[in-house]
Design a protein. Sequence first.
Lengths: 252, 255, 242
Amino acid sequence: MSNIIETHNLTKRYRDFTAVNKLNMHVKKGQVYGFLGPNGAGKSTTMKMFLGLTRPSSGSFQIKGRSYPKDRMKILRETGAFIESPAFYGNLTGEENLDIIRRILGLPKSSIKDALELTGLYEFRKRTAGKYSLGMKQRLGLAEALLGRPPLLILDEPTNGLDPAGIHEIRTLIRSLPQKYNCTVLVSSHLLSEIELMADDIGILNHGRLLFEGTLPELKEQAAQMGYPTDNLEDTFLAMIQEDNLKRGDKR
Amino acid sequence: MNLLTIFHIELKKIRRTHIIWILLIPLILLWIPAILNADSNFSNAAGLSPEMNFFFQTFLGLSWFMYPASLVVITVMLNQLERSNQGMQKMLSLPVYAASLCLGKFLVLLLLAAFQMFMMAALYFPAAFIVSHSTGYDFVLPLSSVLYEALIIYISSIPMAAFYWLAAVCIQTSVFSVGIGLAAIVPSVLLINTKAWFAYPMCYPFHILSQFIGQPKADVFNLSVDLFPLLPVAIAVTLICLIVSCLCFGRAERR
Amino acid sequence: MILALEMKKTKRTGLIPAFLAGALAASAFPVLNIAFRTELFTSQDLPPVDILLQGNWDMLATFHSFLAILGACILYHTEFANRAIEKLYMLPVSQGKVFFCKNLLLLLLFLPVFLIEDGFLLFCARHWFPGKDPGLEILLQNTAFSIAAILPVLLLSTLIASLAKNMWVSLGIGVVCMFMGQMTVSYEAVFSKVYTFCLPYRCLLSSSAWEDIFPILGVCAAESVLLGAVKIFLLKIRRTPV
């Protein structure tokens, strides 16, 4: 199975701190890759680099064998993204917001209805996005990412602000996407329990460094070897992060 | 992705912003006192014919302050729309060049400015009819010359618009770009009568209009403004402003 | 206390630099004006302070109106930008107090602006009219008068800014109102004597009689009270921030 995203020592340094540190991650085609880490671990920064929203300080990455910044436009054309908080124009309706993106991507009109129905926004399409509730804004952001069913989806904490029913619905949607139209999903979260339900592969990030990459059974196996609790995965995750933070503390 | 599509998209973004009213209301407010004070046109200091005075005084009022201020307000709106809900971030993660987005927005700015100038010329006629009716003197100037003069003023304002756009794009704090934009209007009063007026884009519309006033009435189409060095300077200013703003556009969102 | 909080909110909004820059730009105008057209100014047979104020006050008043609108836009834009104002509504604090403190803050910021301008005008008087009385007393009286005249403008600008969520709307309306003032200030009509944005264009000269000044001050006071009452009334009938 080939990798759709590969990074090589990808690093992002801001003036006084390193957000992403020599990251080497591998996202396989047709999988849901769960990107896990506490707040401020560098998940969003990594995803922003994939989209060219921020420039890597060093290292490189390839998406579908294409490299940044040479093929930025090609990468963006095949990637649907949802970064941090939903981005939209408050004075436009949900439908108009999607229409703007549709025109830029050069998609047929029917793709708007498709995305609205996938995210359950169809009945609110004529309401201005500024008047949407938090959950609806989140769904609009997702619809923007899903528009045109791109082969690669980059979703940054897509279930933030949704109610339990909405979280379940969106999780099921994300889970079903690879089978439905053969795409790859990179989804981030700070909850292992959530990633557990969606992802095939998991990458755990803390303070910009990748602590673990592999499948869920592999994670359990490694945790058992290293003496972390394995009966509850959330505890495993917390123990890993804590251990790493302690190690970092020692270095200082 | 051609510029026309981007322009179309940018036009869509300004729906429900009420900008049309902000552009239209000052024009109506401008013509009402002009109509009420129509009698003063018969005794003007410049020695112009009443109908010429009526036309030029109101156009001067517009082009010295309200028109540049409207441009500043439009630039604020174009920026705020992108920034308030991270619309800009979405745009930059789509396969479209930041420079073409920037130019698309500039075209919207020009279109809205054209709308204001056109409405100014269009409102002139009802105003002139009312005044003619109330004073019994024919105030209506020929359609062709009114449109021609509005067009010339509009074209001469393009470098100024480019300058304001540059300020709005490059200065992240919109309050400062507004401050600079509004403050930049004022020195034009000092520079307008100097030989170096062509070096300051904010002078162009005002200066050209005052040239029109100096012309005999029959001869509106032969405007005697030295195109050199005005034209090269104006084109250079416009291009430099646009190029720099295209380079700066979206910088802050892509640290 | 609220005034102190309002001061704190203006951190990094650029309000104080904007006022400083505005003061310097406004002050530069009379200097440049007289430097460009020395003959026109020095040939007049009037006290220097009158020549300077008559020749430049219109432009200075334009600057003051700009600053008032800009200041009001900054103060309320910080409230609306990240919906801080909604939080403010949930706190046990009177919205009216917040509004008046914002105005007081702007008024306090205008004091140094006027004083800086006075300094530059004094410099002009000394430099271009040597040996004549520079008229410090008149300048200070004019400053006191200007503070009274700018108050209704501030109240109106902040009122507009507090009603519109989008800055371009409040800025647009502010600029249009100011433009109206500029257009009509020279007219003889009653409107131009009482319209809020016409008031900053009035100034106090050495030849001014108190009979001329008092009615203007009365208009300023009446409008300030009226605008304050309008804000309080709007707060009573409007439950939502926007």
